[in-house]
Unconditional design. Structure first.
Length: 108
C-alpha cells in the first residue's frame, strides 16, 4: 500500500501519543501538532522520503510527546495543552536540526 498524507499524519499522531504515555490530550493540542506537521507532508515526503526516513522522523515525534509529558509533570498538569505541544516541538526541532523539520508556525 502506498503512503498518503493522511496516513503519515496518522502515524505522527500515534508516535506523539506513544511519547505522551498516560496523559490526556486536548483537542487544541492535537490540532497544534497537526498545525506543525500536516502541511509539511509534501508530495516529496509522501513519494520519496517517508519509506526510508519514517523511523527517524517518528522518533523525533515521540520525543516531542515525551518532552510534552515531562513538561506537564513539572507543571503539575494532567492534560497536554497546545502551548505545551508548541514548546516541546520547538525544543525538539531545534535540538534535532534536520532537514525534515518544518519551520515553526507562528507562536500561540
Amino acid at each position: 500500500m502506498a503512503y498518503t498524507k493522511d496516513g503519515i499524519m496518522a502515524q505522527i499522531d500515534v508516535a506523539f501519543g506513544q511519547g505522551l504515555g498516560i496523559f490526556q490530550v486536548t483537542q487544541e493540542a492535537a490540532l497544534e501538532l497537526r498545525r506543525w506537521y500536516y502541511d509539511a507532508i509534501t508530495p516529496e515526503i509522501v513519494e520519496k522520503v517517508w519509506a526510508t526516513e519514517a523511523n527517524a522522523i517518528l522518533l523525533r515525534i515521540r520525543a516531542i510527546g515525551s518532552l510534552a509529558a515531562v513538561t506537564a509533570v513539572l507543571a503539575g498538569a494532567t492534560t497536554i495543552t497546545a502551548l505545551i505541544v508548541y514548546g516541546a516541538a520547538t525544543t525538539v526541532q531545534l535540538t534535532s536540526d534536520t532537514d525534515f523539520c518544518p519551520p515553526p508556525p507562528s507562536p500561540l
